[in-house]
Design a protein around this ligand. Sequence first.
Ligand code: CAA
Length: 243
Amino acid sequence: MSKPSRVALVTGGTVGIGAAISESLLGAGYRVAANYARNVEAACMFEARTGIATFAWDVSDLQACARGVTRVQTALGPVEVLVNNAGVTRDALLHKMTVAQWREVIDVDLGGCFNMCRSVIEGMRERHYGRIINVSSVNALAGQAGQTNYAAAKAGMIGFTKSLALESAAFNITVNAIAPGYTDTAMVAAVRPDLLAQILKTVPCGRLARPAEIARGVLFLAADDAGFISGTTLSINGGKYLS
Ligand code: CAA
């Protein structure tokens, strides 16, 4: 008898890179739950188009995450693959950055990673299986003017990833990060066109990534036979960090 397909939960999984990750996991045979925070219209359209179940909660709220994971597990079964993709930007140069801009990015991008991992890790340890993939950024590695908040949160995810990988290795749980470069999403489309043109000049491939090209890396790390890869950060950035 064939094994039942594994359950994957993708935060921020209805738009942008997250939507591409949800869809590629579905295409590979996973049972997928896509979380979103506020954009009900996009989530409804995504669910209608893909058939992927969507679940609303705010990843910056630990109690909401715990309740959300319970809802997903009731609907689909124990979460075996967690993709922490939800993230926001509040770009500003540091001398103009407000405490609210700092906190929101830290709370959603880095706090969300803690809250979601905290909500699934005990079950994964009990079941002796898990794949956690944290979506960081090229800007965690290279830095980016205007993104002290975002780069700090995304770099924090990398240290978090390595530490949780060490804690989890004996439980057949892998924890890895991916570091996407500039990708064709609404988040990047919001960058001022002249600045984006400058940034693109530093990308050896000379173009934005397609969301599916980022999802490709997630699929690789989520696989059953990726069990010896843990604590690593996979850059998918068109060579930008090399330049
Ligand atoms: N390095 C050093 N100084 C810089 C700078 C840079 N790269 N960019 C701007 N400055 C300086 C300017 O020279 C200018 O100085 P003066 O006032 O002395 O002339 C000053 O900063 C103001 O520049 P701006 O007019 O650009 O400032 P602003 O306040 O209008 O905009 C900003 C600031 C919003 C941060 C804008 O620079 C910006 O949007 N930057 C892009 C940030 C970015 O790449 N975000 C990525 C979003 S996508 C994402 O995050 C996904 C991912 O993972 C890749």
